[in-house]
Design a protein around this ligand. Structure first.
Ligand code: NAD
Length: 484
């Protein structure tokens, strides 16, 4: 796997450009430099937005099926390159190869799903109260869209924003997260190689506080779709509201699991370990809080501790690695410090930096399992974006639900039970945009809506048919033939 200069470049008005300054993009598993990432500027954003504005007229006037052809060609190219692309992802942000491959294949599937949107209904037809009137809704593109993505799903998240944006007729300026921008740029490269007209898709990489902020504040941007941390998202909402932009935010999570006394405990342990520690816990939908019925608490806690202890931590490209490094040194330090504070309030297994067996050059840590924390502790309230979970014993469903709903977040939640009534009640009462019964809190299929409630999201949900809401504007049309 190699990265060339053109893998790490700005894309403005159909041209790949170098920037005056670059940022070192390092492999968090080895410390090696993967690429020199162009550090774009507010001026680059301005040029990119102008290009997107110029391209909008012709692009939005095409048949949706003509736009979809670019997505299909890009999906074909990305699929044929999954192995190499996944290795790049693994090197750039640490996700183990097997997980990276799944994400890359999913990104291609997302492009295909949204290509299919070209042939699904754009509007609805109603019967009018007036005989002879045709009454229907039609959807038109939202306009020039700013897209800001995080590093933790660097293939899938760009795909699930770019694909609907383009197929519904929007033009785009994208700003991918520096920690995995080269992986994200492969999606843009595949669309460019498919022959996308110039200016339809532009990419400016660089610091969020500069490039991202310039995009959000730009008066010629009609809408901003952001995925990232809650604090940054709320700042973006404030800034974008000054120019009344349409805003979609997918934010952090603090995802609870309830394990009932009738649960299949070994199956629950396996699913929770996957939900908590896959991608080193760096998923918005990762499991953080677990409320276990006292009758099965010891069994469950023992099983999860054993699984966490046995997890093979190592370099993502090494055979047998189950958990890779965290994305960078600052992220690792932030997680370790939060866990140190948590450990003072309860008990912690793991949660330490790992440096033995050749791990000293990377950002590795052991998965943490916390117990005996107060319910109002910092860990129980704030997202810690790493491989860490806390467990509490509970006496029944009402207590478990009350605690599960206690945070300001509302992204994903799961219950483990064999009782259909308990599962139904959980689905109805839990405050979460994504609800699982007997499966891990993480994971998302491409053809259904994805999004958080409360502090985990804002605006229309993403993916599936829900994506139309953000990437189109709706008109209601009363059509009466003129009298002869
Ligand atoms: P982040 O908020 O630090 O950065 C996200 C993006 O915003 C990056 O591209 C960054 O450069 C940019 N940015 C930073 N400051 C900005 C500013 N002032 N103006 C405009 N853009 C700015 O998040 P991260 O560390 O990249 O990702 C991890 C976070 O993302 C976690 O909180 C996780 O839960 C969340 N996340 C949410 C979802 C979801 O769908 N709900 C999915 C993945 C990740």
């Amino acid at each position: 796997m190699t990265t060339t200069k053109s893998d790490a470049a700005l894309l403005i008005d159909g041209t790949w450009e170098e920037a005056e300054a670059t940022t070192e993009d390092r492999d968090p598993g080895t410390g090696e430099v993967v690429a020199e990432l162009p550090r774009g500027s507010a001026d680059d954003v301005d040029r990119a937005v102008s290009a997107a504005r110029r391209a909008f007229g012709e692009w939005s006037a095409l048949a949706a099926s003509a736009r979809a052809k670019y997505l299909i060609a890009a999906a074909d190219a990305l699929e044929s390159d999954v192995e190499d692309w996944a290795r790049l992802m693994c090197r750039e942000m640490g996700k183990p190869l097997a997980e990276s491959k799944i994400e890359c294949a999913r990104a291609a599937a997302i492009l295909r799903f949204f290509a299919g949107e070209a042939h699904r209904p754009f509007g609805e037809h109603y019967e009018s109260d007036n005989a002879g009137t045709w009454l229907f809704t039609r959807r038109q593109p939202t306009g020039v869209t700013g897209i800001i993505t995080p590093w933790n799903f660097p293939a899938a998240i760009p795909a699930w924003k770019l694909a609907p944006a383009l197929v519904f007729g929007n033009t785009v300026v994208a700003k991918f997260a520096d920690d995995a921008a080269v992986t994200s740029l492969r999606v843009a490269r595949a669309l460019y190689d498919a022959g996308l007209p110039k200016g339809v898709l532009n990419v400016v990489t660089g610091p969020g506080s500069e490039v991202g902020a310039a995009l959000v504040e730009h008066p010629e941007i009609d809408a901003i779709s952001f995925t990232g941390s809650t604090d940054v998202g709320h700042g973006i909402l404030q800034s974008a509201s000054k120019s009344a932009k349409k805003v979609q935010l997918e934010l952090g999570g603090h995802n609870p699991v309830i394990v009932r006394r009738d649960a299949d405990v070994p199956a629950a342990v396996a699913a929770v370990a996957l939900g908590a520690f896959a991608s080193a816990g760096q998923k918005c939908t990762a499991t953080r809080r677990i409320y276990v019925n006292r009758a099965v608490y010891d069994d469950f806690a023992g099983g999860l501790s054993e699984r966490a202890r046995d997890l093979v931590v190592g370099y993502g490209l090494d055979e047998g690695t189950e958990m890779g490094p965290l994305v960078n040194e600052a992220q690792l330090q932030g997680v370790l410090e939060a866990l140190e504070r948590a450990a003072k309030e309860g008990n912690m297994q793991g949660g330490r930096r790992l440096t033995d067996d050749g791990l000293d050059k990377g950002c590795y840590m052991s998965p943490a399992v916390l117990t005996d924390l107060p319910h109002d502790s910092e860990f129980a309230s704030d997202e810690v974006f790493g491989p860490a979970v806390a467990l509490w014993p509970v006496d029944g469903d009402d207590e478990a639900l009350e605690l599960a709903n206690r945070t300001t977040y509302g992204l994903s939640a799961a219950i483990f039970t064999r009782d259909l009534n308990a599962a139904k009640s959980f689905v109805e009462r839990i405050e979460a945009g994504i609800v699982h019964v007997n499966s891990q809190t993480a994971g998302a299929e491409v053809h259904v809506p994805f999004g958080g409630l409360a502090g985990s999201g804002y605006g229309p949900h993403e993916q599936g048919r829900a994506a139309r809401e953000f990437y189109t504007e709706q008109k209601t049309v009363y059509l009466d033939p003129a009298p002869n």
